[in-house]
Each structure stands twice: as structure tokens, then as C-alpha cells.
Design a protein around this ligand. Structure first.
Ligand SMILES: Cc1cc2nc3c(=O)[nH]c(=O)nc-3n(C[C@H](O)[C@H](O)[C@H](O)COP(=O)(O)OP(=O)(O)OC[C@H]3O[C@@H](n4cnc5c(N)ncnc54)[C@H](O)[C@@H]3O)c2cc1C
Ligand code: SF4
Ligand code: SF4
Ligand code: SF4
Length: 408
């Protein structure tokens, strides 16, 4: 794709997903992340920018890594990765987490055993402006970064806080991990410092505005908000809004159904990386439950895929220490549990190809037109049919074949 030499065009073309990698890599401090009610985006101080182009190199918003990140139904059926459902055996962790607390338990154990010095995570420590990513080092800090934050979080920006001589876990969405990988190519020491990459399955990040509307729906303004927990109190978890001494509780079905799931950002519609292709392990919700386990469903289970030996070793250690309980599941179970996410990933493949074609051939100069055409009802309908989603997967393979040939 033809772009100017910094990431200004990424946001202009609505391709920014707000990972924050550009602000981390910029050596001139020219990039500040902002939020105007939608996603986090880079604001560039042109006077400081030397046009080095590094920010563009690490940006996964504008680069679509279809080869390493997409995860179609067919690919999942053929995959040899180990799949499990499970949960932390520590009641407080399981209760405070989004699903079964597998991510939090891994961080706690590796910190305790001093295998890592810290973890790069999304933190929800206070009111809305305090939602952000940080490096956490203590058990208390880890327990303050449990559960899902349905608000834009720029995880890669927190890389500024890491020490090149120490070891870390990185937790992020597929797009955060994709950018992290790009950063590691430019700065290999980052790749060495990150011992384990944990991906979270991700359908989309809700805009900031949606949290504002959610908070206002209980009759308080954002400025009077003390704390918001999107998924607390069991599984799938109620949204708990605190303002001073008052607490308001909204069922997940209402908070996600009516507010947070309402709009899908354009870049998320083009995302086929909902299964965090670069993660050593990827964790999501077990939306479909094993009937044998149905009795304690309210306590939550994480559904996860192990992609590397490093992740499998960590998991085995946690099981041996009896800190987690897990049980293997089939690809079919994962597909049934994540059918929404997988069909979105598959339809995104085709959308990306259309978008790329329009971009490359400059078929439409106006971004809004490209945007509308890529997201027509027709395209959406087309991919509501399973067979046609498979066609998208075939398109992807063909596209990669042509691209590989060109690159050779
Ligand atoms: C925006 C978003 C969309 C999601 N969409 C889906 C989906 O479609 N299907 C599905 O099955 N699961 C989805 N998830 C994942 C799911 O909600 C849980 O995060 C996952 O099951 C892990 O649960 P856990 O109990 O093991 O994690 P926990 O032990 O609760 O740990 C959660 C970890 O995720 C990190 N985190 C929280 N919010 C963010 C964020 N916004 N960006 C980066 N890191 C974050 C936290 O720092 C923490 O380390 C989504 C999560 C998010 C944040
Ligand atoms: S082109 Fe270089 S100097 Fe300019 S914003 Fe990007 S990284 Fe910073
Ligand atoms: S690096 Fe991330 S935050 Fe920066 S422009 Fe790209 S997608 Fe947006
Ligand atoms: S859908 Fe994709 S681009 Fe959007 S937040 Fe999730 S991983 Fe990032």
C-alpha cells in the first residue's frame, strides 16, 4: 500500500486499532496517543517528525499479516495445536477474572517462581482516564489487572517501561501481538525479553464513547465515575459501575448487548487475527460448555489453544502444582464455542482483499467510499453463508500463493 512516511495516514484511512506501537518506537517523541471518543490514535507533532518511517514498519494496522494470523474453520480442524478448557484453582483469581483466570494464574506463578520480573498487561486501576497498559511486578498489581477491559488500551505503548535486562510476559489482543512481533524485528532484544506471549481471543474493541454511554445509562456522568469493572462477579460477569459509595450492576447481556457490542470499528471488521496468531497461547471464553462441567458454569472457564512448547511447559508446571485444572477439548468444540469470532475472521479475509485492491489500484480516492464499499450489506450477507466463507479462505490461499511467488 502507498502511504506517507509516518502513521498519520493509518488513522486517516481508519486502519488504526490503537496498539500504541508507533508511540513506543518513535525515537523523536513525535507521537502522542489520543482518544476523541472512538479508538486510541496517534497524533503526530510534525515539527519533531524526521520521516524515518519506523512507526510505519511496526504498525500492524496498515499491514495485514494474513499468512501468520488468520484462523479459519478449516485451518482449525487441521491444526495440531493442543486445545483445553480450564480454570485457576484459586477462588479469588477465578472470581475476579474474565473467564477461568488462566492468564492471571500463569502470570502469578511465573512471578512467584522468578521466571519473569514483570508482565505487560492492560490495567484498570481507577476511573476511565486511568485505563491503560502498564508493566506489573507484584501479586497485588497482577490482581488489579484481571478481567477484560472493553475500552481502547494501547498495550505496546507500555513497552517503554521495560528493562532490557529483565524478563516479561506480554498479554495482548492479536493486533497488539502482531505489532510486538514487528517491533522485535527492529529491536531483537524486545523479543528476547518477552518470555511468553499470551493472546486474548478478540472480536473487537468497543469505542471509548460506548463506555461513556454505558455509565450514563445508570444515571451518572463519566466525571463522577470511580471505577468500572466490565466483567466482575462470576461468569460471564456483571458490569459493576462504582461512583463514590454507590454501585450499579448491569448484567453482561445488557452491557455488551446494548452498549459495548453495538459498533464494530472498521479496522476490527477487517481483522482476521481474532485468534491472536502470534501468541504462544491464546485464551478466550468457553461459550459452549462441556455438559459434564455445566454445574459450575457460573464460575467460568477459559478456553485456550497452546501453540508452542514453551507455553505447554508452563501449563504442565501449573497443573503439577495443582494451581489450575484443565481438560482437553476437540477442534470442533473450539469452533462451536467461537463460531461468531471464526465467521468474522473468515469474512474479514475477503474484505481485506477487496480493500487492498481498491487501495493499491487507487480505485477510490475517498476513504469513506472505500470504507462503505468494503462493508456493504452485500458483503456481509455473502459471508453469512458457510460455503462462501470457505471461498474467502480459498481466496486467501490464492492471494498468499501469488504474493509468495512475487516475493521469491
Ligand atoms: C476487547 C476484547 C474482546 C474480546 N473478545 C472475545 C471474543 O470475541 N471471544 C472470546 O472468547 N473472548 C474474547 N475476549 C477475551 C475474554 O474476554 C477473556 O479476556 C479471555 O477469555 C481470558 O480470560 P481469563 O479469565 O483467562 O483472563 P484473566 O485472568 O481475566 O486476564 C485477562 C488479561 O487480559 C488483559 N486485558 C484485558 N483487557 C484487555 C485489552 N482491552 N487489551 C489487552 N489486554 C487486555 C488483562 O490485562 C489480563 O492480563 C475479549 C477480550 C477483550 C479485552
Ligand atoms: S516517521 Fe519516525 S520520527 Fe516521524 S513519527 Fe514516525 S517514528 Fe517518529
Ligand atoms: S502502530 Fe498501532 S497505534 Fe500506531 S498507527 Fe499503527 S495501529 Fe495505530
Ligand atoms: S478485532 Fe483485531 S484489530 Fe480489533 S481489537 Fe481485536 S485483534 Fe485488534
Amino acid at each position: 500500500m502507498k502511504v506517507s512516511n509516518n502513521v498519520a495516514s493509518v488513522d486517516k484511512n481508519r486502519l488504526c486499532h490503537g496498539c500504541g506501537a508507533c508511540s513506543y518506537i518513535c525515537q523523536s517523541n513525535a507521537i502522542t496517543l489520543k482518544n476523541d471518543g472512538y479508538n486510541n490514535y496517534p497524533f503526530i507533532d510534525i515539527a519533531k517528525c524526521n520521516q524515518c518511517g519506523l512507526c510505519l514498519k511496526v504498525c500492524s494496522g496498515i499491514h495485514f499479516d494474513l499468512k501468520n494470523t488468520s484462523c479459519t474453520e478449516q485451518e482449525l480442524l487441521l491444526s495440531k495445536n493442543n486445545l483445553y478448557i480450564g480454570h485457576s484453582n484459586q477462588a479469588s483469581v477465578r472470581q475476579k477474572s474474565a473467564s477461568g483466570g488462566i492468564i492471571t494464574q500463569i502470570i502469578l506463578n511465573l512471578l512467584r517462581e522468578k521466571i519473569i520480573d514483570g508482565a505487560i498487561v492492560a490495567r484498570n486501576v481507577g476511573t476511565i482516564p486511568d485505563i491503560g497498559a502498564a508493566v506489573v511486578h507484584s501479586e497485588e498489581e497482577v490482581m488489579n489487572s484481571t478481567s477484560s477491559i472493553y475500552y481502547p488500551v494501547s498495550v505496546c505503548a507500555a513497552l517503554k517501561q521495560i528493562d532490557r535486562n529483565k524478563k516479561y510476559i506480554f498479554v495482548g489482543k492479536g493486533c497488539d501481538l502482531d505489532s510486538l512481533n514487528r517491533i522485535s524485528v527492529i529491536q531483537p532484544w524486545i523479543g528476547k525479553a518477552i518470555q511468553l506471549k499470551i493472546g486474548i481471543m478478540c472480536h473487537h474493541t468497543p469505542y471509548a464513547q460506548e463506555t461513556k454511554e454505558l455509565v450514563e445509562s445508570v444515571g451518572i456522568s463519566n466525571t463522577r465515575l470511580t471505577r468500572i469493572v466490565y466483567r466482575g462477579l462470576g461468569w460471564p460477569g456483571d458490569t459493576v459501575i462504582t461512583s463514590g459509595k454507590r454501585q450499579y450492576v448491569l448484567p453482561y447481556k445488557i452491557s455488551w448487548g446494548k452498549y459495548l457490542g453495538k459498533n464494530i470499528p472498521f479496522r476490527c471488521k477487517l481483522c482476521s487475527n481474532g485468534m491472536a496468531g502470534h501468541g504462544d497461547i491464546v485464551v478466550g471464553d468457553s461459550w459452549k460448555m462441556n455438559p459434564l462441567l455445566q454445574k459450575d458454569l457460573n464460575d467460568g472457564y477459559s478456553l485456550f489453544m497452546i501453540r508452542t512448547d514453551a507455553a505447554q511447559n508452563v501449563l504442565d508446571k501449573l497443573c503439577k502444582a495443582n494451581d489450575i485444572s484443565i481438560e482437553p477439548v476437540s477442534s470442533k468444540f473450539l469452533i462451536d464455542s467461537q463460531s461468531n469470532l471464526i465467521s468474522k475472521n473468515e469474512s474479514a479475509l475477503f474484505k481485506v482483499l477487496i480493500f487492498k485492491l481498491m487501495y493499491k489500484e487507487n480505485l477510490l480516492n475517498n476513504t469513506s467510499f472505500r470504507y462503505i464499499i468494503t462493508d456493504t450489506i452485500f458483503i456481509r450477507l455473502l459471508f453469512s453463508f458457510k460455503g462462501l466463507r470457505r471461498l474467502a479462505s480459498a481466496f486467501k490461499n490464492y492471494y498468499l500463493y501469488v504474493k509468495n511467488k512475487k516475493d521469491m
